[in-house]
Design a protein around this ligand. Structure first.
Ligand code: SF4
Length: 362
């Protein structure tokens, strides 16, 4: 008999499940709290549930946990987790070092999570894109990245970014369900303003999110405001040109009054020129925004061709000049450190290398 995996079910689905087993509805909330808030890995840990019901659960249901395959710690404190899935595929999550308060106490601990195995969007700077698309993650697999990483550290994960492998908006329903569980105070209890969803540019989904009144934060992987250049980097731009994206972000801002964040990987001589700065300044007059400038992690190990082979990181000086010009115009700019370069911490790098080994286990 196929056992029903309870990880990833929301409270309503759990209620339906326990009622089908002839149990009272309140059992569902007990299960929900054990699975998400208390990170139970198996039914035997659920000590306030009767032994009889636990044995019914053990015979009819399962709690599927991600398998932690490797945990790589960078010299800069970034930790990359490689998880094995039921079908011997691999995904990764990255824990970004805490930001400390002036008094030295941890202020923020951010986990970057994946939403797909591989990705169909084929961005030319991305190892996951070069891997192609394999499948969407279930809501349980998305939530479990947070649960499993939290189990490895006594520090509380305070922030979640949907910025790992995959395009979250191509797995919209599972992503939104996972957000509801992560945000729920009976679930993982991480505030919606501490959750960021990052898209490569699905203008229709940006509008949908605004219409649904969701309070999570939004980031756009922008990387160029010039259509021709952006098409070369991110083929999705053919479907959603820059102007259409900006319109959707303006709509989002007007509805939500929440500034979007633009992620901008800096490529030497490609998108770090004075013309690129000018385009950014024009955009910021239209949409109040925050900007993250990101040093490029080379994906030369993937032997990319076309433009992917010619991309080089911008020198630090150029990044500083770019940041300075934006700051002068009043834009909030963060220059990200090049986190975890020694452990292939950029999107998809480790999973590409390791999933081949995992698949050889089949
Ligand atoms: S950058 Fe993001 S959207 Fe683009 S290919 Fe990589 S995972 Fe997909």
């Amino acid at each position: 008999m196929n056992k029903k995996n309870l990880k990833g079910l929301d409270l309503t689905e759990l209620q339906k499940f326990v009622e089908e087993l002839g149990e009272k509805k309140y059992r569902a909330l007990q299960l929900y709290i054990w699975i998400y808030s208390k990170s139970a890995q198996k039914f035997s840990e659920m000590t306030d549930i009767s032994k009889e019901f636990r044995s019914v659960l053990a015979s009819s249901a399962a709690i599927n946990n991600l398998e932690l395959v490797t945990e790589s710690v960078s010299t800069d404190g970034t930790i990359k987790f490689l998880f094995g899935l039921e079908d011997n595929l691999a995904i990764e999550s990255v824990l970004i070092p805490s930001i400390k308060n002036k008094d030295g106490k941890d202020k923020r601990l951010t986990l970057c999570i994946s939403t797909q195995v591989g990705c169909p969007l084929d961005c030319k700077f991305c190892a996951t894109g070069a891997m192609g698309f394999i499948r969407n993650l279930t809501s349980g697999e998305i939530v479990d990245q947070v649960i499993q990483v939290q189990r490895t550290t006594p520090k509380r994960i305070t922030n979640i970014v949907y910025m790992g492998m995959g395009e979250p908006f191509l797995n919209y329903d599972n992503v939104m369900k996972s957000i509801d569980i992560i945000n729920d105070d009976r679930g993982l209890n991480i505030g919606s303003r501490h959750i960021t969803i990052s898209t490569a540019g699905y203008a229709d989904k940006i509008r949908q999110m605004a219409d649904e009144g969701r309070t999570v934060k939004l980031a756009l992987s922008l990387h160029s405001l010039d259509n021709e250049k952006r098409i070369k980097l991110m083929p999705i731009t053919k479907k959603y040109p820059v102007e259409m994206l900006i319109d959707s972000l303006e709509y989002y801002y007007q509805k939500k009054h929440s500034r979007p964040t633009f992620e901008y990987i800096m490529f030497d001589g490609f998108n770090d020129t004075p013309a690129d700065i000018k385009a950014f300044l024009k955009l910021s007059r239209r949409i109040p925004c925050k900007v993250n400038l990101i040093p490029f992690h080379s994906i030369s190990f993937m032997s990319p061709n076309g433009i992917g082979a010619s991309l080089r990181p911008s020198p630090t000086q150029k990044i500083e000049t770019f940041a300075g010009a934006l700051r002068e115009a009043g834009i909030t700019v963060m220059v990200r450190r090049s986190s975890g370069q020694d452990i292939q911490a950029a999107c998809g790098q480790l999973a590409v290398i390791e999933s081949k080994k995992l698949r050889n286990k089949i």
